[in-house]
Design a protein around this ligand. Structure first.
Ligand SMILES: [Fe+2]
Ligand SMILES: [Fe+2]
Length: 147
């Protein structure tokens, strides 16, 4: 069952089709993909809690800084979807906090590992290729950027 879960979630690579045409945000998205991959493989390898914790804290801080910067770019072009993005970024912060507390309390239980892979690594990838992509399309149109 546990092994099945690991093969269930596919790893995804960042490709240029995911670009939002803002180099700094693209670089951060790539880094978030890399961190997600790293966390996935660390969990799979059964790394110690201390090592996982370090990655988690780093990822949480990195994601927070990224959301702030992304929202600044959204403000700059009066992006109509900014409220939705803000709300989702905020929900993520809350989910992250809950997961982190669960991890601190229960260690790397099966539930915690599954939550980390589903609500953290998968969430990040889906967000980047989902609604961030919609913002990228809007941004390109507003700035007259040709692909
Ligand atoms: Fe993003
Ligand atoms: Fe976003």
């Amino acid at each position: 069952m546990f092994d099945e879960f690991f093969t269930m979630v596919n790893t995804m690579k960042w490709v240029k089709e995911y670009s939002v045409a803002i180099p700094i945000l693209d670089a951060q998205h790539k880094q978030l993909f890399r961190m997600s991959d790293q966390l996935d493989s660390d969990l799979k390898q059964g790394l110690r809690s201390e090592e996982i914790e370090e990655t988690l804290v780093h990822m949480g801080e990195y994601a927070t800084r990224h959301f702030q910067m992304e929202e600044k770019y959204m403000e700059e072009v009066d992006y109509p979807g900014i409220d939705q993005q803000r709300k989702i970024h905020c929900q993520f912060a809350k989910t992250f906090q809950d997961m982190y507390e669960d991890f601190k309390e229960n260690g790397l239980s099966q539930e915690v590992v599954e939550a980390l892979r589903r609500d953290l690594t998968k969430w990040i990838r889906d967000h980047v290729i989902g609604i961030d992509q919609q913002f990228g399309e809007y941004y390109k149109k507003r700035k007259g950027i040709q692909e």
